[in-house]
Design a protein around this ligand. Sequence first.
Ligand SMILES: *[C@@H]1O[C@H](CO)[C@@H](O)[C@H](O)[C@H]1NC(C)=O
Ligand SMILES: *[C@@H]1O[C@H](CO)[C@@H](O)[C@H](O)[C@H]1NC(C)=O
Ligand SMILES: *[C@@H]1O[C@H](CO)[C@@H](O)[C@H](O)[C@H]1NC(C)=O
Length: 598
Amino acid sequence: MFVVVPTLIAISVFCVGSWAVSGSHTSANSPAPYRLLTPLLDTPWTAKVGTLPWPQHPRPLLYRDHWQTLNGIWTALSGIMVNGVTYMWFATTFTTPSGWPTGQRLLLNFEAVDYEATVFVNGAQVGFNRGGYFRFTVDITDNVNPDGENALLVFVFDPTDSSPYHIPNGKQTTSPSHIFYTPCTGIWQPVWLESAPSSYITSMNFAADMEGTVTATIHSGTGGSNPVEISILDDDGSVVSTQSAVSDETFTFTVPSPKLWSPDSPNLYNITVKMGADNVSSYTGFRTISSGTVNGIQRPLLNGKFVFQFGTLDQGYWPDGIYLPPTLEAMVYDLGLLKGLGMNMVRKHIKVEPDLFYQACDRLGLLVIQDMPCMPATVSMETSPPDAAEQAEFERQIEVLINEHKSYPSIVTWVIYNEGWGQLREASHPEFPITTRIRELDPTRLIDATTGWFDHGAGDFSDNHHYAEPQCGTPFYSTPSSPYDPNRIGLQGEFGGIGHIPAAENLWPVQAAIDTINQTYEINSDLDSYNYRAHVLLGLLRDQVARFACSGAVWTQTTDVEGEVNGLVTYDRRFVRVDAIQWKADIQALYAAAGARA
Ligand SMILES: *[C@@H]1O[C@H](CO)[C@@H](O)[C@H](O)[C@H]1NC(C)=O
Ligand SMILES: *[C@@H]1O[C@H](CO)[C@@H](O)[C@H](O)[C@H]1NC(C)=O
Ligand SMILES: *[C@@H]1O[C@H](CO)[C@@H](O)[C@H](O)[C@H]1NC(C)=O
């Protein structure tokens, strides 16, 4: 039996967390009116969300002219807003926008629904998707009333990390504690309508390298070889290359002397593609990522040169939106903070962001190390490992992650496993066949098969995690990490993590979280101490760059999250801890030490 709960959330912004409980149930079959809830901790952007969150077009790599967001206030049935609920309904109505061309297909796009979604339009089941981080599209043309109101219902199942499930869900847990956080449930990214001709482009992949070679695949729903025309445009909008080809086949062509993409000069080129009556736009950046030996040391190369990669572990959690930033501006604030300190990289940690995040990295010039969201880390691998079907689903979702994101120039590395979480550890180690599969799907990037801990030799990196001091490309190490393997690139996948207890007004006011603050790797009782310790740790890292085989490092972390108080900035993004002048100098010293080895 379902209890009707009032509509409380601006769908696609506020993930369902225990903080969002309204408490007022109604007994009728109609929901109580929408009202805004106050999050336990807000950010400078909370009040700007309004009732039409995330109005931007959400898919920058495949833009079509006729689209409309369905974000806004939806009705949610059955106990959502209560942590631990695994089944729920989301409902809204929509009309087909007037003025759209007739005789077209009507596509319903979901950018991400956590974890399983069954979609009904006017009572008919039209689609199903499994996987909490990925897009799916349903052609609803034959189910809609083009002249009236249509009912859209989404049934969601999301067990998070409850026993006995092992699903890719990153840091979400039903019992938040220290480094594991409040879960997100259901629709958490934009839902939108789109109009496309009967034969249309379903997805596209572009990879453009430092030689000007563009490798492209234009996928059509029909699978046939439809003629396509591709134009690459420079920044004044003039066409620098036009290519005729066919859909559903990979082809290459060359743009002479392109301006290359790099963190220092993030040049992008717009693309237009025509396939019959369908025309869409996209963009790419010309750059080459590879691994090569420089003065006897294995290095990550960008456009043929060793570029030391330095950035933060980026959780992407928000006190007012949990998994989704309140606004685009808020999301870009975090990235701008890193860029402003002189970082050139961000490690997106066991979470996948909305596509506009990757577009922002492309535009700002931030290299992205993208983790696959892990299966529950809190479940002991010894007593309850994933079964064969769960492992197969994890591996299927890695393929979805890569196919959906492999056209973003900023992404340079894929990560399979973090610190052994969800990693089967018997001999026939799964990271070997997964690495092989990723190379088939995307030969243009590096693979960090195991960031931290159980490294059996797969992938391009020898990646150490250690707190607070780094052990980057060094012969000294602490178990369960391994000594540096000179056949691969030495990376410090995590270090730092030093903490500082913020003022109460900047802290997630949940006692269970506050009770775990002392588990933070190191607490500094004042900011002078925090910045002094950062200076010492960045100095140690610089020594390791100068002396050993350190090619990049990830500082823990961008922001505080709940009871983990080790951010450059507090969870509410209102209090910045870093002494910017000192940090900028210490970060430049890393690049200088690396430059002296190149
Ligand atoms: C690419 O297209 C977008 C969207 O139409 C536009 O805002 C941007 O200025 C264009 N960029 C370049 C480099 O031409
Ligand atoms: C599609 O083509 C029309 C007509 O040339 C043009 O106005 C429109 O901007 C194009 N749309 C995209 C997404 O490129
Ligand atoms: C954390 O440690 C400090 C110093 O020992 C102590 O004063 C404080 O009560 C501890 N907090 C918790 C929640 O255990």
